[in-house]
Design a protein around this ligand. Sequence first.
Ligand code: ADP
Ligand code: ASP
Ligand code: MG
Length: 475
Amino acid sequence: MTHPLILKFGGTSVGTPQAMRQAAAVVRRSRTTHGPVVVVTSALSGITDLLLQTTRDAAQNAHGQARNQAVERILAAHQAIAAALLPPDDRSPALDAVRQHVETFRRLVEAIAVLGEVTPRACDAVASLGERMSAPLLAAVLEAHGVPAQAVDAAEIIVTDATFQSAQPDLAASTPRIRKRLRPLLEAGVTPVVTGFIGATSEGITTTLGRGGSDFTAALLGAALDAAEVHIYTDVDGVMSADPRIVPEARTLPRLSYREVAELAYFGAKVLHPKTIRPVVERGIPLRVRNTFDPDGPDTLIVAESETTPGTGKAVTLIRDLALLTVEGRGMLGVPGVAARTFQAVADTGTSVVLITQASSEQSITFAVPAAAAPRVVAALEDAFAAEIARRDIDRVALTPNISIVTVVGAGMQHTHGVAGRVFTALGDVGVNVVAIAQGSSEVAISFAVTAADAENAVRAVHGLTKGGDVVHSK
Ligand code: ADP
Ligand code: ASP
Ligand code: MG
């Protein structure tokens, strides 16, 4: 059988009647031009956020009215699409599925409100509902557009570990299930519409793959089904030289290596989930990022190796909401294993270090963590180094709030002289003060910390330097 195409639609590609109509048109066309197609869908835009926010509020015992409003908003968003795109006598099965999941949502958040606390497992049970509502709706819309389709719950086919909210899929265990469930549908000419983002443990308990995880689902299905290609449909023209919301003149990057995309995603380019890369790279399956609203416009092809055009990087990314922590003291030189103990203490709080920056001297260690985790990490470090702090070997654990990390990414930079110098000159020209520079852990990226207030200016200033070796893509 022809290798299937995997088409993944993000929240904004299914979030309104117009968007879902457009997504359905893309699916129909791909079926005509290619053949078998597997669709992966996100929740309608805003729904996962709303589900999780309502859950957190319920745990804080917020007023029940907020829960009722959330229920109404969720129903209204799905009903608006059904009303616009489904014939009147065809709406009820899809809407019944939506109502059933909304009811589950209502019951779960009521229970959480009674308990006054929420576990990661319960968060996943709630967060999974967004995709469980969007998939039957999209399947119904496809049917109404003449594409035989069936919604498939990924909890049936994607087996993960029990790390709730960031579960690790087991591709070997999932592959036979994926094939067994999806191949017969494809052979019968039916397009499966699979819920992105979610999976289940081998005991059948619902998990999620982490925020933005529907991209990952698409890649897993692509790997398991030996897909011809995986297409990630989103609301911008592929992976661009910067977030177009910050830099309106950002350009589409026509080809990127897996390595570069992983780096971009890691350093904040939300357009692609970082873990997406692995399952497809290992099998040499082409991955494209395209605009649902301009499917023939510029797009990005992710390849194993990209050209290493010399130049000052290809793209600039931004991570917001960080804090810098510094462990410092003149007595630190004599204290054994400070770095190891520092990062062990951070790891024990369950916090991941976004990056370690170049120390201004050997008497300090500076690193960035998510702002929300910073107070917890400071407490853990003060505890770990209590003896050294009492002896004044370590003066303090300092916290700098409101930090953003700006990163320039691009293979080829390592062969180009003076990149750092040009970057810092450009920042100086617009009056941006660099708080810290990242250690050169990666050959294809240079990162630096700036204050949140300077962040967008810094991105624009550095973006101005990336124009060099790039070709603007056109088709
Ligand atoms: P989806 O819902 O389709 O998964 P996301 O919101 O997860 O979409 O990702 C798309 C968004 O990523 C874009 O709207 C854009 O604002 C943002 N983005 C950030 N950096 C980049 C970049 N370098 N290239 C393209 N988009 C980017
Ligand atoms: N709906 C999920 C989220 O908002 C997954 C995704 O969109 O990829 O994180
Ligand atoms: Mg996304």
